[in-house]
Ligand binder design. Structure first.
Ligand code: GLN
Length: 309
């Protein structure tokens, strides 16, 4: 058995038996139904070798991990002009904070906090119907993961739409500053639905491969983004991908990563591997508790931190 597969299996076994599992998100009622005992880990290396452990093939709500892909799409559509609508500095605030937005005149700090991701979604929506924009996002993910089965969990989308008062407030606030071009309900509709996309660790790790290999899928040779863009997406993931927990993630794991309140984390070991971890229990910053611990163990054992062994 190859070393990587052994390491991944050992970590999955360790995580399964841990009693500290964090708290499953309940502010989106449908997410509260997730099984706190679930844990999955999948690693795909440069040669396309797959190592998986635990529930790596179970689909879960990717939530904010989707923001990596909407950010990539929006950069492809408007390039550097995106930075007129959204910043690229870590926020140091919770993902759904509203105070910073007032001080900074409706321009969100970065594309990964909720306000920033809503602004990015608005860019993708411009010139399209909400249904078309959503179709574009879904097609992009299916293409990247090479899997036509990826779908939106309608119950999760409806649950968030019913209870998304904070996001509605953030979007209206940005609209008052002219940061959103489209009707707020349309932009939020697309945002809630792309957060509700369901994917497994397998599908997520596949979809992230271009970020680990200079913008290209090394198996097909197909270029998704130019190398410089992949590098910069990774930079924003490293500094902003875990909200006010981004410093801690860089310190402990040492990889660009993006978390979601469904408990998923996509992490990129540049030149080496695309990695997806999933465990629904969250820490105080809304990041997967065991997902982070598992990734810390993985990078330590493999010597994969971008900061050195
Ligand atoms: N859909 C969630 C929200 O807007 C995404 C948050 C997250 O995953 N951090 O609240």
């Amino acid at each position: 058995m190859p070393l990587l597969q052994t390491v991944v299996e050992e970590i999955a076994t360790e995580m399964r038996s841990r009693l500290d599992r964090g708290e499953v998100a309940s502010y989106i009622p449908e997410l509260a139904r997730a099984n706190p005992a679930a844990f999955g880990l999948e690693v795909i290396d440069a040669d396309g070798e797959v190592a998986l452990g635990g529930d790596a093939e179970t689909a879960f709500s990717i939530q904010s991990v989707s923001k990596v892909f909407t950010f990539t799409l929006a950069l492809g559509m408007v390039g550097e002009r995106l930075w007129k609508r959204v910043g690229r500095e870590p926020s140091g605030s919770p993902f759904n904070s509203i105070v910073q937005l007032e001080r900074e005149r409706g321009i969100p700090r970065n594309p990964f906090i909720n306000a920033g991701a809503i602004a990015v979604t608005d860019v993708i929506l411009s010139g399209h119907q909400p249904r078309e924009a959503l179709g574009e996002i879904l097609r992009f993910l299916r293409f990247l993961a090479d899997d036509p089965d990826i779908h939106i969990d309608k119950a999760v989308a409806a649950s968030e739409q019913r209870t998304g008062f904070r996001n509605i407030a953030l979007a209206n606030y940005m609209k008052s500053y002219g940061v959103l071009d489209n009707p707020v309900e349309h932009t939020l509709g697309v945002y809630f639905h792309h957060c509700a996309i369901a994917m497994s660790c397998r599908q997520l790790a596949m979809a992230g491969r271009f970020l680990a290999h200079g913008g290209r899928n090394p198996s097909t040779g197909l270029s998704v983004v130019p190398p410089g863009r992949a590098r910069r997406i990774n930079a924003v993931m490293l500094t902003c991908g875990h909200y006010d927990g981004s410093g801690e993630f860089a310190y402990r794991v040492g990889l660009p990563g993006k978390s979601g309140v469904g408990g998923g984390i996509l992490a990129i070991a540049p030149g080496r591997a695309s990695i997806a971890a999933w465990s629904p229990g969250l820490d105080a910053s809304g990041n997967s508790h065991l997902g982070r611990i598992a990734l810390e163990a993985l990078t330590k054992r493999m010597g994969w931190s971008i900061f050195g062994p």
